[in-house]
Design a protein around this ligand. Structure first.
Ligand SMILES: [Zn+2]
Length: 320
């Protein structure tokens, strides 16, 4: 006969923690091949969503800035005044966000059918062209989807079927989107970088990638390090070498990976940025004074650190 405690426990409804734990156990019990297939499919689907973010978030931000500016100059327009009843001056519907309207060809407006939304495969099947008007679809779309799949597979290989792998994948996915937006628009949106800081601190409440102490100092030190470089450049040479978005992104990386990761991230970013910037200048693709988007290089430094630790420190420690 069971005692009263066991009886109470058997009658108590399963808590969400129990459910999450048994779900995690069920995932962990899947055969590795199936698990990897699952990760790759999720990576592709998330990559497909990242394409939407990369394309639409800058448009949404520009609309918000225009509305703010109009209001600041004394004319506070209603959505109807600003955008007309159904379409805005940019030719897109007044209701435009990450979910609406459905994805369409920017040239002819052809709404993508379900099969045309299948990551990578549809781009290959259509040979990178719109099925209706034949205009080119950027290779960026399948590349971002593939990057999502590679990051999901990498997170599973590096950390196993754990919450840590999920967190690592979330960080990678966010870095893919920010890098693509920075490359195209020289912009690191606050709408991404600021939540990424809070997310890093929250994730490390459970000491996922580092302890909370190292994470908090990482967030502050990451911001201050680039802030100092920015002001040094501005005072000495009168130029703005980088944007405020870079400070916030490095703050986020410090929050996720800890202050101890910052020197390696900055060295990798500076070296790859300098090499690629020099190559682009020499090949005539870029003018020397043109500012280099720094976000993608910071992201590259963070990915190396996330998956490989800090190998650079071993090089400089002379075997200690
Ligand atoms: Zn088209």
């Amino acid at each position: 006969m069971m005692d009263s405690t066991a009886r109470a426990a058997s009658l108590a409804p399963a808590t969400s923690i129990d459910t999450a734990a048994s779900f995690a156990a069920a995932i962990g019990a899947l055969p590795p091949g199936m698990l990897m297939g699952f990760a790759i499919v999720i990576g592709l689907v998330v990559g497909s969503f990242l394409n939407v973010v990369v394309h639409r978030l800058p448009i949404m931000l520009e609309r918000a800035w225009r509305a703010d500016a109009a209001e600041a100059f004394g004319h506070a327009p209603t959505t109807g005044e600003l955008f007309g009843n159904d379409s805005a001056p940019d030719g897109l519907p007044a209701r435009y966000n990450l979910w609406l309207p459905r994805s369409a060809c920017p040239h002819c407006g052809h709404v993508l059918r379900v099969w045309e939304n299948i990551p990578v495969a549809s781009w290959l099947a259509l040979r990178g062209r719109c099925s209706q008007c034949g205009s080119r679809v950027s290779v960026r779309y399948p590349l971002i989807e593939l990057a999502g799949a590679v990051c999901a597979a990498g997170a599973l290989l590096a950390f196993g079927p754990t919450g840590k792998a999920l967190a690592a994948f979330a960080l990678c996915a966010t870095l893919i989107a920010t890098s693509a937006i920075d490359l195209e628009h020289q912009l690191l949106p606050d709408a991404i970088t600021l939540p990424l800081i809070w997310a890093g601190l929250l994730v490390n409440l459970a000491e996922t990638f580092t302890d909370l102490h190292t994470a908090v100092i990482g967030a502050v030190a990451g911001y201050l390090a680039l802030w100092c470089v920015y002001w040094l450049f501005k005072l000495l040479r009168g130029v703005e070498g980088m944007g405020h978005g870079d400070f916030k992104l490095l703050a986020a990386l410090g929050a996720w990976l800890g202050w101890t990761a910052l020197p390696q991230i900055v060295v990798i970013a500076a070296v790859t940025g300098a090499v690629i910037g020099l190559a682009a200048t020499l090949s005539g693709r870029m003018r020397f004074e043109e500012p280099l988007p720094f976000g993608p290089y910071l992201a590259a430094g963070a990915l190396v650190t996330l998956f490989a630790g800090t190998p650079l420190y071993a090089v400089f420690a002379w075997g200690n």
